[in-house]
Design a protein. Structure first.
Length: 363
């Protein structure tokens, strides 16, 4: 099951594992809309309940949260309803905590299918006002939620993401083995994330072609993630590339496979238009891999001075970061060292974040 998790999935898995373990005196009821994995039943104080129908469509999201969950809460009378993806029943007396990771759909509505966009833009302001408390994963998202939804500052709490404990650097021998398996031995840049417009794959492909035009080297670009929606511009850009044979799509990987692919990369290129946190950059740092990141939204807050920053709107800016990290002597090692320090600031376990500072961003 962990091999199928995305960012919100990992947040849910890691935080609920810790909450249920830390409070054995509390009974937890986990609500599912379909068959669940036993891996998420973390202890004897967790009781799973399946409420249909499976929520695969905005209409079904409405039915599940506003009818099925509402009725269940009324029937059982729990002390609190916790939603790790922000969705809550609106007409209930049960206090609620809504974890809203970001509100990218407010700023980039065109990145989503029409009906999904309509649902988010209608319901999430209502979720934010109805929730007893809101939790989010970066100070950027915290300020954004407060400003966009006009909720009191004191209502929104900050809980940064952590990184999977299984990630680690690779030996020199293992790096060579992984590169041989995926790229025929060539060094490569890696992207990790869902394949959809907000992740900016089209401009990343353009940047990689510019990099190849200038460097003439053997570098490849490996993209790890599942294709979702609205990917036609990306596919058209790929077809236009002279070096499209040097672009490799792996699809979704298991955590062990991802650790290998990250740990053998020359650098991560993570340049989305919008991000509420950016777990992949912490994963890269944990594998001793330097990062090229977007200089927008939450990413400067998370990466600090341990990344090269680029404009997501400019393929040339992204290309410049790739050129620098290949050609500038000592830069890659310097970023790896800073990444080791930066990654220690984030954990799934309770920590204080008063030590975090924002960097001065240079490309």
């Amino acid at each position: 099951m962990p091999g199928k998790l995305d960012g919100i999935g990992w947040f849910t898995f890691e935080t609920l594992k810790r909450i249920t373990s830390a409070h054995p005196e509390v009974d937890f009821i986990f609500l599912f809309d379909r068959k669940y994995s036993k891996e998420v039943i973390f202890g004897d104080n967790v009781s799973p309940v399946v409420l249909g129908p499976p929520t695969r469509h905005p209409f079904l999201w409405h039915i599940w949260f506003q009818l099925r969950v509402k009725r269940y809460l009324k029937k059982t009378g729990p002390d609190l309803f916790l939603s790790t993806d922000g969705f809550i029943p609106l007409c209930t007396k049960t206090p609620s905590v809504s974890v809203i990771h970001d509100i990218n759909f407010v700023h980039r509505p065109g990145d989503l299918p029409w009906l999904v966009r309509k649902y988010y833009r209608y319901y999430f302001p209502r979720f934010a006002h109805r929730a007893t408390r809101i939790v989010t994963v970066s100070e950027y998202s915290r300020r954004d939620i407060i400003n966009q939804y006009d909720v009191p500052e004191t209502k929104v709490d900050l809980a940064y993401n952590g990184v999977n404990e299984g990630y680690h650097p690779l030996t020199v021998e293992r790096v060579a083995e992984v590169r041989k398996a995926y790229t025929g031995g060539a060094p490569y840049f890696v992207f990790v994330g869902s394949i959809h417009p907000r992740k900016n794959i089209t401009n990343l492909l353009k940047a990689f072609q510019l990099f190849k035009d200038e460097s003439k080297g053997k570098f490849k670009l490996v993209l790890v993630g599942e294709k979702f929606f609205l990917t036609k511009p990306m596919e058209e850009q790929l077809e236009r590339m002279k070096n499209k044979k040097d672009v490799i799509f792996t699809g979704r990987l298991t955590p062990d496979q991802l650790n290998d692919l990250l740990g053998a990369a020359w650098a991560m290129t993570f340049v989305p238009y919008f991000e509420g946190f950016g777990i992949p950059i912490l994963e890269a740092m944990t594998c001793d891999i330097p990062v090229i990141a977007s200089k927008v939204t939450s990413l400067p807050e998370i990466a600090g001075d341990a990344a090269l920053f680029a404009s997501p709107d400019s393929p040339g800016s992204i290309r410049d970061g790739m050129i620098r990290i290949v050609r500038e002597e000592g830069l890659r090692d310097e970023l790896i060292k800073k990444g080791r320090e930066r990654r220690e600031l984030f954990s799934w376990d309770p920590v204080s974040y008063t030590h975090l500072t924002l960097p001065t961003i240079t490309e």
